[in-house]
Design a protein around this ligand. Structure first.
Ligand code: AKG
Ligand code: FE2
Length: 310
Protein backbone atom coordinates (compact mmCIF):
# COMPACT_ATOMS: atom_id res chain seq x y z
CA UNK A 1 0.00 0.00 0.00
CA UNK A 2 1.27 3.45 -0.92
CA UNK A 3 0.92 6.24 1.63
CA UNK A 4 -1.02 9.30 0.42
CA UNK A 5 1.06 12.36 -0.40
CA UNK A 6 -0.77 15.31 0.96
CA UNK A 7 0.71 18.65 2.03
CA UNK A 8 2.13 19.25 5.51
CA UNK A 9 1.25 22.83 6.44
CA UNK A 10 2.34 24.69 9.52
CA UNK A 11 0.52 27.54 11.26
CA UNK A 12 2.98 30.40 10.84
CA UNK A 13 2.77 31.94 14.31
CA UNK A 14 2.10 30.80 17.86
CA UNK A 15 -0.85 33.06 18.70
CA UNK A 16 -3.76 32.80 16.31
CA UNK A 17 -5.42 36.02 17.32
CA UNK A 18 -2.61 38.39 16.44
CA UNK A 19 -1.85 40.13 13.19
CA UNK A 20 -3.80 37.97 10.82
CA UNK A 21 -3.08 40.49 8.06
CA UNK A 22 0.69 39.92 8.39
CA UNK A 23 2.88 38.72 5.54
CA UNK A 24 3.25 35.32 7.23
CA UNK A 25 -0.50 34.73 7.20
CA UNK A 26 -0.83 36.08 3.67
CA UNK A 27 1.75 33.58 2.44
CA UNK A 28 -0.11 30.77 4.20
CA UNK A 29 -3.50 31.40 2.51
CA UNK A 30 -2.67 30.11 -1.02
CA UNK A 31 -1.14 26.96 0.46
CA UNK A 32 -4.34 26.18 2.33
CA UNK A 33 -6.45 26.95 -0.74
CA UNK A 34 -4.35 24.75 -3.02
CA UNK A 35 -4.44 21.84 -0.59
CA UNK A 36 -8.24 22.11 -0.32
CA UNK A 37 -8.65 22.21 -4.10
CA UNK A 38 -6.22 19.45 -5.00
CA UNK A 39 -6.49 17.06 -2.09
CA UNK A 40 -9.46 18.07 0.03
CA UNK A 41 -7.26 17.61 3.07
CA UNK A 42 -3.87 18.47 4.57
CA UNK A 43 -1.82 17.86 7.70
CA UNK A 44 -1.68 20.81 10.04
CA UNK A 45 1.06 21.39 12.55
CA UNK A 46 1.01 24.15 15.15
CA UNK A 47 3.48 23.24 17.91
CA UNK A 48 3.48 26.61 19.60
CA UNK A 49 -0.29 26.66 19.94
CA UNK A 50 -0.81 22.94 20.67
CA UNK A 51 1.75 21.63 23.17
CA UNK A 52 2.56 17.94 22.84
CA UNK A 53 1.46 17.17 26.40
CA UNK A 54 -2.07 18.35 25.56
CA UNK A 55 -2.36 15.57 22.95
CA UNK A 56 -0.99 13.07 25.47
CA UNK A 57 -3.42 14.23 28.17
CA UNK A 58 -6.32 14.08 25.71
CA UNK A 59 -5.66 10.48 24.71
CA UNK A 60 -5.26 9.46 28.36
CA UNK A 61 -8.60 11.14 29.04
CA UNK A 62 -10.23 9.24 26.16
CA UNK A 63 -8.95 5.96 27.52
CA UNK A 64 -10.56 6.64 30.89
CA UNK A 65 -13.81 7.84 29.29
CA UNK A 66 -14.31 4.79 27.09
CA UNK A 67 -13.31 2.52 29.98
CA UNK A 68 -16.45 3.56 31.87
CA UNK A 69 -19.24 0.96 32.05
CA UNK A 70 -21.60 0.85 29.08
CA UNK A 71 -24.57 1.98 31.20
CA UNK A 72 -22.66 5.10 32.29
CA UNK A 73 -21.72 5.99 28.72
CA UNK A 74 -25.33 5.50 27.62
CA UNK A 75 -26.41 8.19 30.07
CA UNK A 76 -25.14 10.78 27.58
CA UNK A 77 -27.98 11.36 25.15
CA UNK A 78 -28.41 14.26 22.75
CA UNK A 79 -31.42 14.72 20.47
CA UNK A 80 -29.37 16.11 17.54
CA UNK A 81 -28.61 13.65 14.74
CA UNK A 82 -25.28 11.79 15.12
CA UNK A 83 -24.75 13.39 18.54
CA UNK A 84 -24.79 11.60 21.90
CA UNK A 85 -23.17 8.25 22.67
CA UNK A 86 -23.12 6.05 19.58
CA UNK A 87 -22.15 2.42 19.47
CA UNK A 88 -23.53 0.49 16.62
CA UNK A 89 -23.80 -3.25 16.24
CA UNK A 90 -23.27 -2.71 12.46
CA UNK A 91 -19.62 -1.84 13.01
CA UNK A 92 -18.81 -3.48 16.32
CA UNK A 93 -15.38 -1.86 16.68
CA UNK A 94 -16.73 1.73 16.76
CA UNK A 95 -18.05 3.86 19.61
CA UNK A 96 -18.15 7.63 19.91
CA UNK A 97 -19.47 10.65 21.76
CA UNK A 98 -20.65 13.65 19.75
CA UNK A 99 -21.12 16.72 21.93
CA UNK A 100 -21.92 20.29 20.98
CA UNK A 101 -20.67 23.16 23.13
CA UNK A 102 -17.73 21.58 25.01
CA UNK A 103 -15.91 24.89 24.51
CA UNK A 104 -18.33 26.33 27.08
CA UNK A 105 -17.24 25.58 30.65
CA UNK A 106 -20.74 24.67 31.85
CA UNK A 107 -21.26 22.14 29.03
CA UNK A 108 -17.86 20.50 29.58
CA UNK A 109 -18.58 20.39 33.33
CA UNK A 110 -22.06 18.92 32.90
CA UNK A 111 -20.75 16.16 30.62
CA UNK A 112 -17.90 15.36 33.03
CA UNK A 113 -20.27 15.21 36.01
CA UNK A 114 -22.64 12.93 34.11
CA UNK A 115 -19.78 10.50 33.44
CA UNK A 116 -18.09 10.94 36.85
CA UNK A 117 -20.65 12.01 39.48
CA UNK A 118 -17.78 12.48 41.98
CA UNK A 119 -16.04 14.80 39.54
CA UNK A 120 -12.95 14.45 37.35
CA UNK A 121 -11.22 17.80 37.07
CA UNK A 122 -8.47 16.45 34.78
CA UNK A 123 -10.98 15.22 32.26
CA UNK A 124 -13.03 18.40 32.41
CA UNK A 125 -9.98 20.57 31.87
CA UNK A 126 -8.52 18.63 28.96
CA UNK A 127 -11.92 18.30 27.25
CA UNK A 128 -12.55 22.01 27.46
CA UNK A 129 -9.00 23.08 26.53
CA UNK A 130 -8.54 20.66 23.64
CA UNK A 131 -11.93 21.34 22.06
CA UNK A 132 -11.50 25.12 22.47
CA UNK A 133 -8.11 25.08 20.79
CA UNK A 134 -9.34 22.81 18.00
CA UNK A 135 -12.32 25.10 17.46
CA UNK A 136 -10.00 28.11 17.25
CA UNK A 137 -7.82 26.33 14.69
CA UNK A 138 -10.81 25.18 12.66
CA UNK A 139 -12.24 28.71 12.61
CA UNK A 140 -8.98 30.29 11.53
CA UNK A 141 -8.52 27.85 8.65
CA UNK A 142 -12.09 28.42 7.51
CA UNK A 143 -11.55 32.16 7.73
CA UNK A 144 -8.45 31.86 5.53
CA UNK A 145 -10.41 29.80 3.01
CA UNK A 146 -13.14 32.46 2.76
CA UNK A 147 -10.38 35.09 2.45
CA UNK A 148 -8.76 33.15 -0.38
CA UNK A 149 -12.01 33.75 -2.32
CA UNK A 150 -11.97 37.43 -1.20
CA UNK A 151 -15.19 36.80 0.69
CA UNK A 152 -14.40 37.48 4.30
CA UNK A 153 -18.01 38.40 5.03
CA UNK A 154 -19.04 34.74 4.76
CA UNK A 155 -16.96 34.05 7.83
CA UNK A 156 -19.23 36.31 9.87
CA UNK A 157 -22.32 34.77 8.33
CA UNK A 158 -21.37 31.14 8.88
CA UNK A 159 -18.90 31.08 11.73
CA UNK A 160 -19.44 33.74 14.35
CA UNK A 161 -20.72 32.20 17.61
CA UNK A 162 -20.51 28.76 16.04
CA UNK A 163 -18.95 26.11 18.24
CA UNK A 164 -19.38 22.97 16.12
CA UNK A 165 -19.36 19.40 17.42
CA UNK A 166 -16.57 17.72 19.31
CA UNK A 167 -16.42 13.99 18.57
CA UNK A 168 -14.37 11.52 20.59
CA UNK A 169 -13.97 8.07 19.03
CA UNK A 170 -12.69 4.66 20.07
CA UNK A 171 -12.00 1.86 17.59
CA UNK A 172 -11.52 -1.54 19.23
CA UNK A 173 -9.22 -4.15 17.76
CA UNK A 174 -11.42 -6.32 15.53
CA UNK A 175 -11.55 -10.06 16.23
CA UNK A 176 -9.21 -11.93 13.88
CA UNK A 177 -12.10 -13.32 11.81
CA UNK A 178 -13.90 -9.95 11.68
CA UNK A 179 -13.68 -7.27 9.00
CA UNK A 180 -11.05 -4.59 9.76
CA UNK A 181 -13.56 -1.85 8.92
CA UNK A 182 -13.71 0.83 11.63
CA UNK A 183 -15.64 3.51 9.79
CA UNK A 184 -17.30 3.17 6.39
CA UNK A 185 -16.22 5.29 3.40
CA UNK A 186 -17.73 8.77 3.57
CA UNK A 187 -17.16 12.43 2.97
CA UNK A 188 -17.72 14.68 5.98
CA UNK A 189 -21.01 16.55 5.61
CA UNK A 190 -20.07 19.68 7.60
CA UNK A 191 -17.89 22.65 6.54
CA UNK A 192 -14.48 21.72 7.88
CA UNK A 193 -13.11 18.99 10.18
CA UNK A 194 -9.90 18.97 12.18
CA UNK A 195 -8.91 15.66 13.70
CA UNK A 196 -6.04 13.93 15.52
CA UNK A 197 -5.35 10.37 16.64
CA UNK A 198 -3.25 8.45 19.16
CA UNK A 199 -0.81 7.42 16.41
CA UNK A 200 -2.55 4.11 15.87
CA UNK A 201 -3.02 4.38 12.15
CA UNK A 202 -6.13 3.39 10.29
CA UNK A 203 -7.36 6.45 8.44
CA UNK A 204 -7.33 6.06 4.64
CA UNK A 205 -8.31 8.41 1.81
CA UNK A 206 -9.54 7.61 -1.67
CA UNK A 207 -7.07 8.83 -4.30
CA UNK A 208 -7.91 9.11 -7.99
CA UNK A 209 -11.31 7.52 -7.32
CA UNK A 210 -9.80 4.04 -7.05
CA UNK A 211 -6.90 3.73 -4.63
CA UNK A 212 -7.26 3.71 -0.86
CA UNK A 213 -4.10 5.19 0.63
CA UNK A 214 -3.24 5.25 4.35
CA UNK A 215 -2.82 8.61 6.07
CA UNK A 216 -0.41 8.66 8.98
CA UNK A 217 -1.18 11.79 10.98
CA UNK A 218 2.20 12.96 12.34
CA UNK A 219 2.52 13.04 16.14
CA UNK A 220 1.24 16.34 17.47
CA UNK A 221 -0.42 17.28 14.16
CA UNK A 222 -3.95 17.27 12.78
CA UNK A 223 -5.59 16.25 9.56
CA UNK A 224 -7.95 18.87 8.13
CA UNK A 225 -10.80 17.69 5.86
CA UNK A 226 -12.99 19.82 3.59
CA UNK A 227 -16.61 18.72 4.09
CA UNK A 228 -19.51 18.54 1.62
CA UNK A 229 -21.01 21.84 2.83
CA UNK A 230 -17.83 23.75 1.98
CA UNK A 231 -17.50 21.94 -1.32
CA UNK A 232 -21.09 22.97 -2.13
CA UNK A 233 -20.51 26.59 -1.00
CA UNK A 234 -17.44 26.80 -3.28
CA UNK A 235 -19.50 25.50 -6.22
CA UNK A 236 -17.32 22.41 -6.40
CA UNK A 237 -13.96 24.21 -6.46
CA UNK A 238 -12.90 22.62 -3.17
CA UNK A 239 -12.68 18.85 -2.96
CA UNK A 240 -14.32 16.79 -0.21
CA UNK A 241 -12.18 13.66 -0.11
CA UNK A 242 -13.67 10.28 0.72
CA UNK A 243 -12.08 8.62 3.73
CA UNK A 244 -12.58 5.57 5.95
CA UNK A 245 -10.96 3.81 8.91
CA UNK A 246 -9.46 0.34 8.56
CA UNK A 247 -8.19 -1.28 11.76
CA UNK A 248 -5.13 -3.14 10.50
CA UNK A 249 -2.92 -2.52 13.56
CA UNK A 250 -3.59 -4.73 16.54
CA UNK A 251 -4.00 -1.72 18.84
CA UNK A 252 -6.94 0.33 20.09
CA UNK A 253 -7.30 3.57 18.16
CA UNK A 254 -8.57 6.82 19.64
CA UNK A 255 -9.29 9.93 17.67
CA UNK A 256 -10.99 13.23 18.33
CA UNK A 257 -12.28 15.80 15.91
CA UNK A 258 -13.83 19.23 15.88
CA UNK A 259 -16.50 19.34 13.18
CA UNK A 260 -17.54 22.84 12.22
CA UNK A 261 -21.08 22.74 10.86
CA UNK A 262 -23.05 25.46 9.07
CA UNK A 263 -24.98 27.62 11.52
CA UNK A 264 -28.56 26.69 12.28
CA UNK A 265 -30.90 28.83 10.17
CA UNK A 266 -28.24 29.94 7.63
CA UNK A 267 -28.54 28.12 4.31
CA UNK A 268 -25.51 26.76 2.48
CA UNK A 269 -25.65 28.63 -0.80
CA UNK A 270 -23.15 29.22 -3.62
CA UNK A 271 -22.22 32.95 -3.74
CA UNK A 272 -23.17 34.60 -7.04
CA UNK A 273 -19.51 35.47 -7.63
CA UNK A 274 -18.65 31.78 -7.86
CA UNK A 275 -21.06 31.08 -10.70
CA UNK A 276 -20.16 31.98 -14.29
CA UNK A 277 -20.01 30.45 -17.74
CA UNK A 278 -17.03 28.29 -16.87
CA UNK A 279 -18.52 27.38 -13.50
CA UNK A 280 -22.25 26.73 -13.87
CA UNK A 281 -24.21 26.34 -10.65
CA UNK A 282 -23.63 22.82 -9.30
CA UNK A 283 -25.61 22.92 -6.03
CA UNK A 284 -28.98 24.24 -4.97
CA UNK A 285 -29.15 26.11 -1.62
CA UNK A 286 -29.85 23.79 1.28
CA UNK A 287 -30.40 23.74 5.00
CA UNK A 288 -27.74 21.67 6.78
CA UNK A 289 -30.10 20.03 9.29
CA UNK A 290 -32.41 18.95 6.46
CA UNK A 291 -29.40 17.56 4.57
CA UNK A 292 -28.37 15.58 7.66
CA UNK A 293 -31.89 14.25 8.12
CA UNK A 294 -31.88 13.17 4.47
CA UNK A 295 -28.49 11.50 4.90
CA UNK A 296 -29.59 9.70 8.07
CA UNK A 297 -32.53 8.08 6.30
CA UNK A 298 -30.97 7.64 2.82
CA UNK A 299 -27.38 6.67 3.49
CA UNK A 300 -25.34 6.86 0.30
CA UNK A 301 -21.78 7.87 -0.54
CA UNK A 302 -22.93 10.59 -2.96
CA UNK A 303 -25.47 12.18 -0.62
CA UNK A 304 -24.52 15.78 -1.51
CA UNK A 305 -25.03 15.24 -5.22
CA UNK A 306 -28.29 13.37 -4.70
CA UNK A 307 -29.68 15.90 -2.21
CA UNK A 308 -28.44 19.24 -3.52
CA UNK A 309 -27.12 18.64 -7.06
CA UNK A 310 -28.50 21.41 -9.36
O1 AKG B 1 -11.32 8.54 13.39
C1 AKG B 1 -10.90 8.94 12.32
O2 AKG B 1 -9.71 8.95 12.05
C2 AKG B 1 -11.84 9.45 11.28
C3 AKG B 1 -13.16 9.88 11.80
C4 AKG B 1 -14.02 10.44 10.71
O3 AKG B 1 -13.69 10.44 9.56
C5 AKG B 1 -15.32 11.01 11.06
O4 AKG B 1 -15.76 10.88 12.22
O5 AKG B 1 -15.95 11.61 10.17
FE1 FE2 C 1 -14.90 11.74 8.40
Amino acid sequence: MVEAHIPHLEIPIGRLDIDQGSELWKAFIPKVREACERHGCFFLKCDKFMPMNLFEEMFKALESLFHLPEETKRKYTNPNLFHGYLSTPLVSTYESFGINGTTHLDVAQAFTNLMWPDGNSNFFEVLNTMSSKMLELNLIILKLIFESFHMKNYYRLHCENNSGIFRMIKYKVPASNDSPIGLVPHTDKNFLTILCDNEVHGLEILCKDTIWAPLMIPKGSFIVFVGDSLKAWSNGRLHAVKHRVMMREKKVRYSCGLFLTPKEGVNVEVPEKLVDEDHPLLYKPFNYSDFMAFFASNYCEEALQVYAGA
